[in-house]
Design a protein around this ligand. Structure first.
Ligand code: MN
Length: 252
């Protein structure tokens, strides 16, 4: 069999250390193609560019930059660049900063993996904790081992994997659920040089509930967290309650 094809992307931009380390680590596992945003698109979520053209530029061997979002990059990479032989795996990262708990809906890193999953490619997102003196070494090593393993033993269709790597030497790996992340609620108001107000959201560093069995708890205890995510956002617990709510609406 031919070497497996691996599509690498991120939301930090094509010229970042994290994506270069990831592509290098995965090159021992398969044929790596990198398609990533020309500029940083962190917190772009799952947005898709529909109302302006996209330009792609070859920037190295099997490396392309696209002037769009991470989701655009996955679409262009899978449905255009590699359409003759689709990738067997997509890996997004290594993101500069954790994507824990509720972060996953804002995260361009995780959204790229969501998009890969939607178009039928087994997908992984991997993010690195930033602390003074951190390196991408442990994350790159783990990405390589995980990619090798997922190509042998795939997850069910529709499931993607979210990985977070603590700074320093990890104590091991824990399969965990998403925790609860808390962002400061303050909107910071300042005044611009013309005397008009402007605002800054997300200015405070998020905190999390350090709970056993969650990604936040695992990383706080210096373990690599790994969580299976799926795209069915239905809250099955609430189906019956919603039936009762709807039954009480006068439909005449
Ligand atoms: Mn990012």
């Amino acid at each position: 069999m031919d070497r497996p094809r691996i599509l690498v992307t991120n939301d930090d931009g094509i010229f970042t250390e994290g994506i270069e380390r990831l592509a290098t680590a995965l090159s021992s596992v398969g044929e790596v193609w990198t398609v990533a945003p020309a500029q940083e698109r962190s917190a772009a979520g799952h947005s898709l560019t529909l109302h302006s053209p996209l330009r792609a530029k070859l920037v190295g061997d099997n490396r392309w930059s696209v002037d769009g979002t991470p989701t655009d990059c996955v679409n262009w990479g899978v449905l255009h660049l590699l359409k003759d032989r689709r990738p067997h795996l997509l890996v997004s990262g290594i993101n500069l900063g954790l994507n824990l708990g509720d972060d996953v809906t804002y995260s361009g890193t995780v959204s790229a993996a969501f998009e890969g999953t939607l178009i039928g490619i087994p997908s992984v997102a991997i993010s690195q904790e930033i602390e003074t003196g951190f390196t991408f070494d442990a994350a790159a090593r783990f990405a390589e081992k995980l990619a090798r393993r997922l190509l042998e033993k795939p997850l069910p269709a529709g499931t993607l994997v979210n990985v977070n790597v603590p700074a320093g030497e990890p104590r091991g790996v824990k399969v965990v659920r998403l925790g609860k992340r808390r962002y400061g609620e303050a909107v910071v108001e300042k005044t611009d040089p013309r005397g008009r107000p402007y605002y800054w959201i997300g200015a405070t560093i998020p905190t999390g509930d350090i709970e056993e069995g969650t990604d936040i708890g695992a990383v706080a205890n210096k373990f690599i967290s790994i969580s299976p995510l799926h795209l069915d956002l239905t809250d099955y617990r609430a189906m019956q309650v919603l039936e009762e709510v709807v039954a009480g609406i006068d439909r005449t």
